[in-house]
Design a protein around this ligand. Structure first.
Ligand SMILES: Nc1ncnc2c1ncn2[C@@H]1O[C@H](COP(=O)(O)OP(=O)(O)O)[C@@H](O)[C@H]1O
Ligand SMILES: [Mg+2]
Length: 190
């Protein structure tokens, strides 16, 4: 059920042309930067995009300029663990890591304590309108988000084509505090 659904959404996202990818990623970046929780946050982890995910390079540079502590995950594949590692230089501090995803070079990065994170911005395959997340099938973020401070804020950024009334989900699947797209900001029904 999850597997088929993932395949279909990833294929649809693959069809986005590079112009709309860039344009919608910029709009999503602006929407995100307008949130009070981002303005107030000191310590933010976000992903480095791959395969037509919402692009984050511009956002990372903007957050560094705003003097936030910015980190991205280093993926430990065997252990199924994400290690937040600080990024100070997006040009030179990045290498290709597990699954072909860019990640901070260990030598150039400092590990960030999970409990210090104020906001975490995650990638996904799809979301439902109640902010439940479907990932790529490794459960990495489901495990990772469980370790955050209770008051840490979790945000999904995605294109409209990734938002559905219903997605297949299980008890361990994470529900986020916000989903931001190029046209909407979703929060869970209380
Ligand atoms: N918090 C957790 N603790 C232990 N195992 C987990 C946890 N969350 C997910 N898993 C396991 O990880 C695997 C992948 O989870 P799934 O939710 O399907 O992936 P994804 O969230 O990447 O779409 C499942 O076998 C699931 O049981
Ligand atoms: Mg999951």
């Amino acid at each position: 059920m999850k597997k088929e659904f993932r395949k279909k959404v990833i294929a649809d996202r693959k069809k986005l042309n590079s112009e709309s990818l860039l344009e919608n990623s910029s709009i999503i970046t602006e929407n995100l930067l307008s949130l009070d929780c981002i303005k107030e946050a000191k310590n933010i982890m976000l992903y480095l995009d791959f395969n037509n995910e919402v692009k984050t390079d511009e956002l990372i540079n903007e957050l560094i300029t705003l003097r936030k502590i910015v980190s991205s995950p280093i993926t430990l594949k065997e252990e199924r663990v994400l290690i937040p590692s600080q990024i100070t230089d997006l040009q030179n501090g990045i290498k290709i890591g597990a699954y072909g995803i860019r990640e901070p070079k260990q030598d150039d990065s400092l590990e960030v304590d999970v409990k210090d994170l104020d906001v975490v911005i995650v990638p996904a395959v799809a979301y439902d309108k109640n902010c439940y997340r479907l990932g790529y099938g490794g459960g990495f973020y489901d495990r990772f988000l469980n370790r955050l401070r209770d008051d840490a804020i979790t945000i999904g950024i995605a294109f409209d084509l990734q938002i559905f009334d219903y997605i297949p989900k299980e008890d361990h699947d994470a529900q986020l505090d916000y989903i931001i797209t190029e046209t909407q900001i979703l929060t869970p029904n209380k």
